[in-house]
Design a protein around this ligand. Structure first.
Ligand code: FE2
Ligand code: FE2
Length: 241
């Protein structure tokens, strides 16, 4: 009976599910509209392909999410060398984002296994997306960061739906994988639900950082908003693997 007293009520679960604010950057000009349109097309493709298989969806999309940070860091690094100018911390931030997304992937791969077809899709998409995103970042880093901002808006929503699947019993709330417990410093009895909450918080942080970078490049008056708080991560990720 103690459990039923301590267990969160349906109401508090629903509140937690909705806790992450739905930040949406209102598109300004062609670059932002292009970024939003591109994101909506990809969202439609993901919805069609995965429907409600959120574990599989997370794996495939995280293989894509790990690309932009590394591309952005590479190009910012080269730009800093070429122009002999400081990067104002962008390179480290973007490299950390790429690593964080890869840890999302390492976590979800411990929960679900992709089908052979999904593995094939991952191979093909990575080749095309890396090259396309690299070229886009060269031409318009503003659009590239705005796309990531919109991707992350979708990611926050997608993990919110995943929480609902877990809460309503359609996805099993298995124990958190060891790698996730180490990386996010979670307690020993943490579950998949706890993991989805911290992953969603990571995505909300990436959303705000990338929208901020895009606005800065565009010279837009940045509405001073502190990025969504980043959960604490382990320093030594090798220990997690
Ligand atoms: Fe992610
Ligand atoms: Fe992200």
């Amino acid at each position: 009976m103690a459990n039923s007293i301590l267990a969160p009520s349906d109401d508090s679960l629903a509140k937690e599910r909705e806790a992450e604010p739905r930040i949406h950057h209102i598109p300004q000009g062609f670059s932002d509209h292009f970024a939003l349109g591109f994101t909506k097309v990809l969202r439609f493709c993901a919805d069609t392909f995965f429907a409600k298989r959120y574990g599989h969806r997370a794996i495939v999309l995280e293989t894509v999410a790990g690309v932009p940070g590394m591309v952005g860091a590479t190009i910012q690094h080269l730009t800093s060398l070429r122009r002999m100018q400081d990067d104002h911390g962008w390179i480290r931030t973007l490299m950390e984002e790429a690593e964080n997304e890869r840890m999302h992937l390492m976590t979800f791969i411990a929960v679900a296994q992709p089908t052979w077809f999904e593995r094939l899709v991952i191979q093909l998409v990575q080749g095309g997306f890396y090259i396309a995103f690299f070229l886009l970042y060269l031409v318009s880093p503003r659009t590239a960061h705005r796309i990531v901002g919109y991707f992350e808006e979708e990611a926050v929503m997608s993990y919110t739906f995943y929480l609902a699947e877990i809460d309503e019993g359609r996805a099993e709330n298995v124990p958190a994988p060891a790698i996730a417990r180490h990386y996010w410093k979670l307690p020993a009895d943490a579950t998949l639900r706890d993991v989805v909450l911290v992953v969603r918080a990571d995505e909300a942080h990436h959303r705000d950082v990338n929208h901020g970078f895009a606005s800065k490049i565009a010279g837009e008056p940045i509405v001073e908003r502190i990025p969504a708080p980043y959960p604490e991560h382990a320093d030594d990720i090798r220990m997690a693997v």
